[in-house]
Design a protein around this ligand. Structure first.
Ligand code: NAP
Length: 263
């Protein structure tokens, strides 16, 4: 199948590691022009070098952007549009909020998580829309969590704001379809990244067991019997943002090896 991504201008937020990085690499493999972003410039330089090497695509570049900073987002989108002519695809992603339950967080923590995991998505969408509306096409994908279908213990901030992203995307799918802009949301279950290793370590400490015990008991709860690979997640994101997807919008897709049983 031709995904029609050659020469398309793609922005991937929070892409120095994990799911963002894997997604940028898959877009690059398809011949897209990719801008990767996150806060640490040194990490981004390494990512660009690695992706260029693994895909032989020279049109991969970086721009630093803290997604909680509206000016950084504006500058990132302007940079991509100046470099590659427009923006065809926006991948909304951010670091995860801290783990914890209701009693652990004050107003400042709630505000920070709102800015990181919901308002940043709103702001990035606002910046790319003029390009997509002008050309009457575009794809937006939001990275969230399997908690959009089934809440996760000890992750109340994530559970709350990921649900907000789903509401945002469904509403926008109604408003943007007339301009042929498709927006979807994708939720990882347990994909093997630094974030998941960090959360597993927190759980291991809390329960007084080893990291390996936590990992193998979690794997046993996944019908596929293992954590997913970042590229397994990334391929679904890339498909939804490709020219092969012309009619799926406002949807949520879990990439979770069968973990979540909710319909
Ligand atoms: N992996 C999973 O199975 C899983 C499951 C459920 C939900 N999620 C969620 O999916 C998202 C990505 O997960 P991951 O596993 O890829 O995480 P990860 O391996 O920890 O990578 C997070 C990325 O986000 C960037 N980042 C963090 N804060 C940022 C900010 N303020 N502005 C810009 N970039 C920022 C980091 O780079 P810098 O630090 O250099 O900025 C890094 O590139 C997270 O929100 C995570 O909670 C993942």
């Amino acid at each position: 199948m031709d995904l029609g991504l050659k020469g398309k201008s793609v922005i991937v937020m929070a892409a120095s590691k994990g799911l963002g990085k894997a997604t940028a690499e898959q877009f690059a493999k398809e011949g897209a022009n990719v801008v990767v972003s996150s806060r640490n410039e040194e990490d981004l330089k390494v990512v660009v070098a690695e992706i260029t090497e693994s895909t032989s695509n020279d049109n991969v570049t970086y721009k630093t952007c803290d997604v909680t900073n509206p000016n950084d987002i504006k500058e990132l989108v302007q940079f991509a549009a100046d470099k590659y002519g427009t923006v065809d695809v926006l991948v909304n992603n951010a670091g995860g909020p801290p783990a914890g339950g209701f009693e652990n967080f004050d107003d400042a923590a709630w505000q920070n998580a709102f800015e990181l995991n919901l308002l940043s998505f709103v702001r990035a969408i606002r910046e790319v829309l003029p390009y997509m509306q002008k050309q009457k096409s575009g794809h937006i994908i939001n990275f969230t969590s399997s908690s959009i279908k089934q809440t996760l213990d000890n992750l109340i901030l994530s559970n709350t704001f990921r649900a907000g992203v789903v509401g945002l995307a469904k509403s926008l799918s109604q408003e943007l379809a007339k301009d042929n802009i498709l927006i979807n949301t994708i939720g990882p279950g347990r994909i093997d990244t630094e974030r998941v290793r960090h959360l597993d370590s927190i759980r291991a400490d809390k329960l007084g067991v080893s990291y390996e015990e936590i990992k193998s008991s979690t794997e046993a709860s996944i019908p596929m019997g293992r954590y997913g690979l970042p590229e397994e997640f990334a391929k679904q994101a890339v498909f939804l943002c490709s020219s092969a997807n012309t009619y799926v919008t406002g949807q949520t897709l879990l990439v979770d090896g069968g973990l979540v049983k909710a319909l």
